[in-house]
Write a protein that binds this ligand. Structure first.
Ligand SMILES: Nc1ncnc2c1ncn2[C@@H]1O[C@H](COP(=O)(O)OP(=O)(O)OP(=O)(O)O)[C@@H](O)[C@H]1O
Ligand SMILES: [Mg+2]
Length: 240
């Protein structure tokens, strides 16, 4: 395609076009994304699968404006997120996108409920309302009895569920979740994915879920596979 912008679709909620990303580690370049294109419509729940190290987290970071590609573009509702004025990305991330990091990234000195409240407070929400919302979300992920625990006082699966609650606290139009069930048993994993499905049906929120789980992928509307630096739609039954 000659004009890459001709592919831009305003109907997409998020669209990555021809992303390239090379990491340079001690003079040894590692090409991770090699023309990855990917799009998600509003209201979809999409799975992303692929081998460890293939670039799933790298792709998710670019979709959320957390890292920049070397080439290629990311559009949110048709707007090039890396070509806006200063401060755009911070607002984009706080107002429109929730992010569940693979490594959780909770603040160690703060309790579960405080961690969940943070994005709401950054968005200037009323403190009391933010706390109510955070407590409600923690209850929805089964952690109503762990509100005052700090991350070091939570199990791996509990930490993961706090990270999910934090990603949802600002009612993001788009939640980017990087292996949100990686540390959970199948029951907790099912209930967490069912929560996302319920939210999707109630509010129309859109979810991109990176997973290694066949069971999780089977519940998604569509599944994409990353292979050799590119992204392609795959049939659920062919997932490895
Ligand atoms: N900041 C970085 N600097 C150098 N190399 C990096 C950096 N981040 C990631 N990589 C490398 O890029 C590749 C893709 O990493 P990424 O985290 O996107 O993989 P992934 O598909 O999410 O894997 P996993 O399923 O294990 O989480 C890996 O080989 C990794 O070692
Ligand atoms: Mg990863």
């Amino acid at each position: 395609m000659n004009d890459k912008n001709s592919q831009v679709s305003k109907e997409c909620l998020i669209q990555a076009v021809d992303l390239h990303k090379t990491y340079g580690t001690r003079g040894d370049p590692l090409e991770v994304l090699k023309g990855a294109s990917f799009e998600v419509q509003p209201g979809e729940i999409v799975g992303v699968v692929g081998a460890s190290g293939v670039g799933k987290s790298t792709l998710l970071h670019m979709l959320g404006g957390l890292d920049r590609p070397n080439a290629g573009k990311v559009f949110f509702r048709g707007q090039d997120i890396f070509a806006q004025k200063n401060g755009f990305l911070e607002t984009f991330r706080n107002r429109h996108v929730g992010f569940v990091f693979q490594s959780f990234n909770l603040l160690a000195d703060f309790t579960a409920v405080e961690n969940v409240m943070f994005p709401a407070l950054i968005g200037k929400a009323d403190k009391k309302l933010a706390r109510e919302k955070a407590e409600n979300l923690l209850a929805q992920v089964g952690l109503q009895d762990r509100l005052e625990h700090r991350p070091a006082e939570l199990s791996g699966g509990e930490t993961q569920r706090v990270a999910l609650a934090r990603g949802l606290v600002n009612d993001p139009e788009l939640l980017l979740a990087d292996e949100p069930t990686g540390n959970l048993d199948y029951r907790a994993s099912d209930s967490l994915i069912d929560l996302l499905i319920q939210l999707n049906q109630k509010t129309g929120q859109t979810f991109v879920v990176v997973t290694h789980s066949q069971r999780v992928a089977a519940k998604m509307h569509k599944v994409y596979q990353m292979l050799d630096g590119k992204v392609a739609r795959t049939k659920k039954e062919f997932i490895i």
